[in-house]
Design a protein around this ligand. Structure first.
Ligand SMILES: Nc1ncnc2[nH]cnc12
Ligand SMILES: [Zn+2]
Length: 338
């Protein structure tokens, strides 16, 4: 079996996926049409041509505009179910999905509409696709902390359906320290914690996420490699890093995929994982992220096995379920044809 097929077929978890970032242009056109919302593009090709970004903010401007056509519970259901089908097709067994409630509540869409559409799709995928899933509610860091606290309060009726909270959007100038209180309140509610840090922001933001927010996992974290002490801390504590190679390439976090640091991270014993972030905008889902790295950085079979194991080991699943998935990977490796 060649390495590409090996990476595509290995059981894996996806831990860094913004549901709004899985909005394919075809579905965007369809939902815009049925909701009677004009969009500033004449064709799918015109949309795709606009997906050319010099940095995170240029992407976010287009991403928030795209999310603006989502109005009804059915829209959120369709968006989520479409992603889950693609994930299952990539041999993803468990997903931990971000949603950005404030992106929608600020447009007058209720928290209930958003979450109920998403939860119904997650439920159907458990049944129809045998796909396990958790939901992560992400606070928008370009807004203030009081807004995040109001969002936390809105989430409480759904407490049992949300596993963790996250922190995303424009990183530079919006350090984790701005959100220390809402993260502490979220932990009091029993939510697990993660935060985007060190994507465009400095290693210092990763320290803040660890020491001021007390996160269980870091999203991205690329810039940890600038700080030897931080590498040691992350490695000693085996903190998960949800790395997104195609995102890093498209947002110019790395100059070229051949410069991608994930292999170096594994060499430092960091718990790196591969994820797709916003696959509709960055050119591919999780398997594309694996396979596009194989040649440019020389990802080998052992690296692929390690990345797949890391994805379950750093998930929010209970230990017994993690063990079951690790056994599934071992069986897959043992039984694969040479
Ligand atoms: N890569 C990313 N970084 C920060 N916020 C995001 N929201 C969606 N994708 C994001
Ligand atoms: Zn992200």
């Amino acid at each position: 079996m060649n390495l590409i097929t090996f990476a595509q077929s290995i059981p894996k978890a996806e831990l860094h996926l913004h549901i709004e970032g899985s909005f394919e242009p075809e579905l965007m056109f369809e939902i815009a049409r049925r909701n009677n919302i004009p969009i500033p593009y004449n064709s799918i090709n015109e949309v795709k041509a606009a997906y050319n970004f010099n940095n995170l903010q240029e992407f976010l401007d287009i991403y928030y505009a795209g999310a603006g056509v989502l109005i009804h519970k059915q829209d959120f259901y369709d968006l989520t179910y479409a992603y889950l089908c693609r994930a299952a097709n990539d041999n993803v067994k468990h997903v931990e999905i971000f949603f950005d409630p404030q992106t929608h509540t600020h447009r007058g869409i209720s928290f209930e509409t958003v979450i109920e559409g998403i939860l119904e799709a997650l439920h159907d995928a458990r049944k129809n696709l045998d796909l396990s899933s958790y939901l992560i509610m992400s606070y928008l860091r370009h807004l203030d902390e009081d807004d995040a606290i109001r969002t936390l309060q809105q989430s409480l009726p759904y407490r049992d359906h949300i596993t963790a909270v996250g922190l995303d959007s424009s990183e530079l100038g919006n350090p984790p320290s701005k959100f220390a209180e809402v993260f502490s309140l979220s932990r009091d509610q029993g939510y697990k914690l993660c935060a985007h840090a060190g994507e465009e922001g400095p290693a210092e933001y990763i320290w803040e996420a660890l020491t001021l927010l007390n996160v269980d996992r870091i999203d991205h974290g690329n810039r940890c490699l600038d700080d030897l002490k931080l590498i040691t801390e992350l490695s000693n504590r085996q903190i998960g890093l949800t790395i997104c190679p195609l995102s890093n390439d498209k947002l110019q976090v790395v100059s070229d995929l051949s410069e991608h640091p994930i292999k170096t991270m594994l060499e430092h014993n960091l718990k790196a994982t591969i994820n797709s972030d916003d696959p509709a905008y960055f050119g591919g889902y999780i398997n594309q992220n694996f396979t596009d790295l194989i040649t440019p950085i020389g990802l080998n079979e052992q690296n692929i096995i390690q990345l797949a194991k890391n994805s379950f080991q750093t998930s929010f699943l209970p230990d017994t379920e993690i063990e079951t998935y690790l056994d599934m990977i071992d069986n897959y490796v043992q039984l694969m044809p040479q």
